[in-house]
Write a protein that binds this ligand. Sequence first.
Ligand code: PLP
Length: 408
Amino acid sequence: MTQRSTPASPLPTSKIPAVPPRILLGPGPSNANPSVLQAMMQPMIGYLDPDFMLIMDEVRELLQRVFQTDDANTLAISGTGSSGMEAGLSSLLEPGDTVVMCIYGFFCERMVEMATRIGANVVPLRADWGRPFPEEMLNAELKKHTNVKMVTAIHAETSTGVRQPMPDLARLAKEHDALFMVDTVTSLGGNEVAFDEWDADYAYSATQKCLGCPPGLSPVALSQRALQSIRDRSQPPVSWYLDLNLLGNYWGWTEPRVYHHTAPVSMILALRQGLRLALSEGLESRFERHAHNARALSAGLEAIGLECVVPEEHRLAQITVVGIPDGVEDAPVRQRLLRGFGIEIGGGLGELAGKVWRVGLMGESSKAEYVLALLSALETTLPEFGYEVASGAGVSAASVELGTAAVS
Ligand SMILES: *Cc1c(COP(=O)(O)O)cnc(C)c1O
């Protein structure tokens, strides 16, 4: 057989033939570890190949360790964090089921939207953005109902930068015999997610925040009790693609495995590498790294006169929300940081749009040198926009904080 001998046409031209390197300090995606990207360059393999099944088994086990659970079922949904959110709501709620939703930020409102579309009886409990949700509010509401199917909350509200204490909310849900669903999109790999200790029923996350992987998968954990409640539904969930029971049948929660959809093979290889890196660093050291770099960042921001919105004791390490000084415009500053310094930071969402910047130090992006690079870039940039900064003030305050322990 002869090979086609005509040369291939040159590639169509592109304005951006290669992706420029960026320091990603926004609310995600964060930088991906190079060995994670390398893992994606392995050859393609069939999604039912026996060796790929072994890789999936490994991913399930690694996820159990990162979610800190012995008994929960784990898998990674083909989709971003929102797919994990939608899979949980659509699999666990039937039309008419009562769901009490703790609302204290932008992503909480997304949950309300999804649960409403599913036809659930949604009871939204709205509390102030920028402060932890008061458990008394949940307690008082639950007392008014006899039949609550589920309570939902978000561990790390990326729109406000607040770390929500979980155990009390989870306990209240249990006392009322309700399932407890928690968003750990921005917390998994960045601060402690203790699925078993919280007695959670469903948690979902995303690969591109604190796990050091590209966007594309939503790792989840589902308790036995929650799985049983899906199996006991009177009607199957309206979403076939996000039916956690069907996904579990493919991921090996039961034998024999049943084909569902073509798994995004390369992303699963990436996640496996990301999880191995997280465990080899050690979860505790990883959380400490995030906390340490965040302390340095807020010390630096405060030294140049910017105000962190969340009180220190409630602050998340992986996302710092800082007020934009009066008279300084939001978008042009972020544009200058990106174009002049290759640094991306995030703007505000919802009611905080235009009022705050959100600086993410997530996973691979939580590095001392990135904290210093951002502060130095701000010291140069802010005066160009009419906000005077004592040169070096931010960098030196952060350095003092960073000098207190060895960091990566
Ligand atoms: C980013 C984020 C989401 C949405 O995740 P996507 O991967 O963008 O779909 C949901 N919840 C929280 C708390 C988030 O930070």
